[in-house]
Design a protein around this ligand. Structure first.
Ligand SMILES: [Zn+2]
Length: 372
């Protein structure tokens, strides 16, 4: 086991929830403190309230990964006799960093919306509101024949060559590589000062641009040459779409009333607000964590029998009702599903890396509402 610092943990986290996925203007990323220090314990939280900071202090946590950025609007001052100032003061005094992953975690595959869809037991899940199209790049690398398998498998292992449900896709062609090793070189093949011609293969593969660093470092590590010849091209091909919310089907149809009960049980809430006829049959379900008011037409357009989202406004509820869309509002706090989801995923990723770091899901209930 090896020690990790904050940067290494966030690098792993961003390999599944990259910053590029966030909506414009969303204040994500490191908000308080620093990442260049050793981290042995991380707290995963939905909201950073003062009680959550106290929980982090009690548990000797060095880093909080939160879904809702505690600094959402620019701060004009930090006065420590106000709740928000005190929160920042406490974090800095205890050297606790806060990193926020908001809409990028909503969009990420395996993020908030996928966790909600899977909690609701949805099948054949698709994106509800496309917001991001992955940019693709192509790598062509020239490899001596005896190392082609090593390089190909290293590329496939870090995710290059993923096309739809296929992985490790590549194309290999044979040719002759020519080079003249300079005075201070230590060539794998050939001699200093002598023009060399050797059988090489060209391996071509495709990857999403956010994987570039990972792909290059895996490729160079697996390649035997001290100077690797490779090209990277931007592509015009459309990459897979990602986005907010999910739409899928229930394994068994049920009435809207039964579905509302299903939401309460599976998302662990005591009450839900429902718009629509309780006897309607529900099979196709759209879900969007947080405040999904402005996206309800996507649910309607895609033929959802019900739309599950939080913070529904009175007048928007009328609009939804008039559009004939059933709605179940379990509140914004159901996004708490991310606490265990992210903690479990990062635990697994860090175990694979051999990092000595533990992740805990915050135990603090941060829903501001009490239902009587
Ligand atoms: Zn939210």
């Amino acid at each position: 086991m090896k020690k990790a610092n904050g940067h290494e943990i966030i690098q792993l986290f961003e390999s599944f929830s990259p910053k590029q996925y966030a909506m414009d203007g969303d204040p994500i990323g490191l908000q308080v403190g620093k990442l260049n220090q050793p981290v042995t314990k991380v707290l995963v939280a939905l909201d950073v309230l003062e009680e959550v900071v106290d929980e982090a202090i009690e548990n000797n946590v060095q880093l909080i990964i939160a879904h809702h950025p505690p600094i959402f609007r620019p701060l004009k001052k930090i006065t420590t006799d106000t709740p928000s100032g005190r929160l920042i003061e406490k974090l800095i005094k205890h050297d606790i960093a806060v990193y926020a992953a908001h809409t990028n975690l909503d969009v990420a595959t395996g993020g908030v919306n996928d966790l909600l869809a899977s909690a609701l037991q949805l099948e054949n899940v698709d994106i509800l509101v496309p917001t991001f199209e992955q940019k693709l790049k192509k790598l062509a690398v020239y490899v001596p024949i005896e190392s082609e398998n090593d390089v190909r498998s290293a590329l496939g292992k870090v995710g290059a060559g993923a096309i739809g449900q296929y992985s490790h896709c590549s194309f290999t062609s044979e040719g002759t590589g020519r080079f003249l090793p300079g005075e201070n070189t230590n060539p794998f093949i050939g001699e200093v000062g002598k023009l060399e011609a050797t059988k090489e293969v060209k391996i071509e593969t495709i990857f999403p641009d956010y994987l570039e660093k990972k792909v290059l470092s895996a490729m160079i590590k697996a390649h035997p040459y001290e100077e690797v010849a490779y090209d990277i091209y931007p592509l015009e091909n459309k990459g897979p779409s990602l986005g907010l919310g999910r739409i899928g089907v229930l394994p068994e149809s049920m009435t809207l009333e039964q579905f509302a009960q299903h939401v309460k049980t599976t998302l662990d809430v005591k009450t839900v607000r429902v718009v629509g006829n309780l006897n309607d049959i529900i099979k196709k379900v759209a879900v969007l964590g947080g405040d999904g008011n402005k996206y309800y037409q996507h649910a309607k357009f895609k033929g959802a029998d019900v739309y599950v989202t939080g913070d529904v406004y009175y007048h928007t509820a009328h609009d939804m009702m008039n559009a004939g869309l059933n709605v179940v509002d379990p509140g914004h706090n159901v996004e708490k599903v991310m606490k265990n989801g992210v903690a479990q995923m990062l635990t697994k990723m860090c175990e694979e890396k051999g990092f000595e770091v533990s992740f805990i899901a915050s135990d603090i209930h941060t829903d501001p509402f009490t239902f009587l």
